[in-house]
Design a protein around this ligand. Structure first.
Ligand SMILES: [Zn+2]
Length: 249
């Protein structure tokens, strides 16, 4: 056992494991839907999603896009696997980032310098190029968020924001979530979000910067929930066609 605190989604995963056993689900069978699980266990969908991603990384279940979640053939009947014990749930991570980084952006609006703004603009230019060239990297996204933290001139906040990015970069659960996402239309939306944050910082508007960061990470969380929804692929289509229509108007 590690010293890492037990996380809520790990409790949900343990309950889900028991539920699968109690229901007599056989390997290859589909388990309850996410909605049913959320209802049975009395928890929110994002917690259930984190728990399913964890069980997927452990090899207990298989998520089939557009079909549902299945008990894996030859699934290990074990407790938590060591590689997921210290991991983080992608959606709990995004929630923590929303709380922390919105406050950071609000503070940065008061302390940001012209040099910071120039560096942030360059990060967004890089991000735009990366999207145009179809590169699958998040370096400029990470740099933009870190530059905002650095603009606060508070080393503790810089470390906290940086730590959360490092957790994400080495998270197997995050990688698992991303492996199911094939369309990167969403990255253009996030670039627009970044631009709105930069505009608020340039205007030195603390309340607007805070809100813009909150909206951005809320959008990221919501988009990832929709894109990784194994039960409802038609909704993804709706999301993408709306995004495309909006851009051509
Ligand atoms: Zn971002």
């Amino acid at each position: 056992m590690s010293d890492a605190p037990q996380r809520r989604y790990q409790d949900v995963a343990a309950e889900l494991r028991q539920l699968i056993r109690a229901e007599g689900v056989q390997p290859g069978d589909r388990i309850l839907t996410e909605r049913q699980i959320a209802l049975r266990l009395g928890v929110g969908r994002s917690l259930v999603r984190d728990a399913i991603i964890m069980l997927e990384v452990e090899g207990l279940v298989q998520v089939r896009q557009g079909s549902g979640v299945y008990l894996q053939e030859g699934a290990p009947d074990t407790a938590t696997a060591p590689e997921t014990e210290d991991d983080i749930g992608p959606f709990e991570l995004l929630e923590a980032r929303m709380v922390l980084e919105s406050a950071v952006a609000g503070l940065a609006a008061a302390t940001v310098t012209k040099a910071d703004i120039i560096a942030m603009r360059e990060a967004l230019d890089d991000e735009r190029r990366s999207i145009t060239e179809g590169r699958d990297d998040y370096q400029s996204d990470q740099r933009f968020h870190l530059l905002i933290a650095e603009a606060t001139q508070n080393g503790v906040l810089v470390k906290m924001v940086s730590d959360l990015w490092n957790l994400r970069n080495r998270s197997r659960m995050w990688a698992q979530l991303h492996s199911r996402i094939f369309d990167d239309t969403y990255r253009s939306r996030w670039l627009d979000d970044h631009q709105a944050i930069l505009d608020a910082l340039r205007a030195r508007d603390c309340a607007r910067a805070r809100q813009a960061m909150r909206d951005h990470l809320g959008n990221v969380s919501e988009t990832l929930m929709q894109l990784s929804d194994s039960e409802d692929p038609s909704f993804d289509g709706f999301l993408f066609s709306t995004a495309r229509t909006a851009r051509t108007l």
